[in-house]
Design a binder for this molecule. Sequence first.
Ligand code: KG4
Ligand code: ZN
Length: 343
Amino acid sequence: MTSGSAHELVLGIESSCDETAAALVRGGREVLSSVVHSQAAEHARYGGVVPEIAGRSHLAKILPVIDAALSGAAVTLDEVDAIAVTTRPGLIGSLLVGLSAAKALAWAKRKPLVGVHHIEAHVYSAAMERAETPWPCVALVVSGGHTALYRARSPLELERLASTRDDAAGEAFDKVAAILGLGYPGGPSVSRLAERGDPRRFAFPRFRAKDGSLGFSFSGLKTAVLYHVRGQDATRATPAPEEIPDREHVAASFEAAVVDVLVEETLRAARRERARIVLVAGGVACNRRLRVEMTARAGDAGIEAVFPSPAYCTDNAVMIAGLGWEHLRAGRIAGLAADALSS
Ligand code: KG4
Ligand code: ZN
């Protein structure tokens, strides 16, 4: 580590999905400010993110959010050493809003521009708050758009070990929330209901690949919940939420199945890789049951499970500024020709 660069101040900008966020972070870990504008209310009645609405909302919020982050940190753009922005993956129209704003500021103020991979930034969010660096380790990123395991040699060297064959875990939460008549986003509403339920009441399926390879699948589980609620007759309508019997037990049993699979596959990967540390990040890492089960079962295997604070599990710009600082130190500057990529 070169001491000259250890305190560089990075402005992070995130707009890949339905959160417009900006943050100021010094030295990759000292958070001076973090502002997140969530569009959840604007997408709620559609039960998922509508790309056109997302793009327009980012456009309306991006500059006020950046301004709020700068004034929250009591700094001016002139004092910033670099601007880091999510370039991939995400909704292209959303990514372009953040990237264009970042390019304009970088050009106007002659600051280096750094392009950050959203998934790598989620992984970094778990590392940022730990006193010592966790590398090399295994990382689980579990969000609304992604569920995958990585071998992480360093913040900038991630190799995917396995991913979901169908739905992401967060997506399964969102769909089961809809089946149970709960609000969007589904993760928080399902887990709130699950707290009153018995996780062992219903034995929902846990996916495991027949050939023993690592991986996830949640569509069978989601269908099992649907059939449980509606019955086997596909022509029948799903009952009204208040008429679903044992709703809290369905929620708890579903959540237990998701958590079981996430913990099991992560620890299998950790054992294979002989990793002593697993980082768990992304929106679903907010889930209390996942945090408790992963920590306990990893602990039994002599493995440390590291989670970000809940505020940094869901999309935020602290993780973008944090990983942006690592790029900056490694000399990875994007330049004004940087492109946004959906995948
Ligand atoms: O990381 P994130 O903010 O956005 C993506 O990059 O996808 O993750 C959002 C996802 C949503 O699917 C939401 O339902 C889920 O994270 N989520 C949760 C919880 N809080 C958010 N899932 C389970 N339990 C939670 N407490
Ligand atoms: Zn995310």
